[in-house]
Design a binder for this molecule. Structure first.
Ligand code: NDP
Length: 285
């Protein structure tokens, strides 16, 4: 029988007007013939509690939390998934029987995209950056069995803090390396990740201070920056014959995980990839 009542999901952030997630989520729902909507909502920090109560009252299936709510949302949840507890941030909330369950799918999306080209188990990883994206990726790689992780970051204090956190709370050996001169990626490293914001449009002429002559074909090189998808970092990697992973892949995989958590359904990643590229008006790749 026809129903005029769609299932509701969405996002709470501020500013929200440049967030393209709605485009890929609604394209994914439509392609799978799901009567679901994704409502991109601008929510100020002092309105977060009201927005959460509203979502519960309206029977939303769940929502994403983007900046600046990824940490403050924790105070509103009934339960937090183990990896999100370790990351100390939540980007996805599932509402089940009125209970709010926090997940962090930033790093899960990264690892899902990585698994298509390499199993992170027993790998030695170098992560550039120590912000939210680096933290989520480091924790998920550690939980996926990486043997060692080196965090390289401009601000030493932040880098040290993240390395100690991962080293203390997971089975993976994690250490910090300073970034006060051009970094050479050691030969034992098999996965190198740019988890800084370096290279993001319109600053796409910027890249990491790394000696690219040490890139080699056995190295998997990943970027979190989705726009442009082929950053200078990835262009250098491709030129050296490395397998590369774009920030677009991470975003799409994260969205696939979110949809699975909210609906139990596997959406079409290709359709979402195209929708995201169109939304970002990406002409490269
Ligand atoms: P944060 O602000 O938390 O961290 C930014 C990081 O980038 C810090 O480590 C910072 O170093 C470093 N950085 C910034 N500018 C420079 C520079 N000029 N030189 C060296 N290091 C620099 O941001 P997030 O971690 O939340 O996000 C990082 C990137 O990841 C963003 O571009 C974001 O869009 C992207 N992202 C992509 C996702 C995806 O699914 N594709 C998901 C989440 C994020 P320092 O500590 O020294 O300031």
């Amino acid at each position: 029988m026809t129903s005029f009542l769609s299932g509701l999901t969405g996002s709470f952030s501020i500013p929200a007007d440049k967030n393209p997630t709605v485009a890929l989520m609604e394209a994914g729902y439509k392609a799978s013939n799901l009567d679901l909507r994704y409502i991109n909502s601008e929510v100020a920090p002092e309105k977060l509690a009201d927005a959460v109560a509203g979502a519960v009252a309206m029977g939303w299936l769940g929502f994403n939390c983007s900046l600046p709510h990824k940490e403050t949302i924790l105070a509103h949840l009934d339960e937090v998934a183990p990896s999100a507890q370790l990351i100390e941030a939540v980007n996805t909330v599932v509402i089940r029987d009125g209970r709010l369950i926090g997940e962090n799918t930033d790093g899960q999306g990264f690892v899902e995209a990585l698994r298509e080209v390499k199993d992170p188990k027993d790998s030695e990883v170098m992560i550039f950056g120590a912000g939210g994206a680096a933290r989520a990726i480091a924790i998920e790689l550690a939980l996926a069995g990486a043997r060692s992780i080196t965090i390289v970051n401009r601000s030493e204090e932040k880098g040290e803090k993240l390395a100690q956190h991962v080293d203390r709370h997971t089975e993976t050996a994690c250490s910090f390396a300073p970034w006060n001169e051009t970094v050479s990626i050691p030969r034992n490293i098999s996965i190198a990740v740019n988890a800084t914001s370096l290279g993001f449009y319109p600053d796409h002429a910027q890249t990491l201070d790394v000696d690219f002559s040490h890139f080699h074909p056995e190295l998997v090189v990943a970027d979190v920056v989705p726009n442009p998808p082929k950053t200078l970092w990835l262009q250098h990697a491709e030129a050296a014959g490395c397998v590369t992973l774009t920030g677009i892949g991470m975003l799409v995989n994260q969205a696939l995980v979110n949809a699975r958590l909210w609906t139990g359904e596997d959406l079409d990643g290709q359709v979402m990839h195209h929708a995201l590229r169109d939304a970002l008006q990406i002409v490269q790749e």
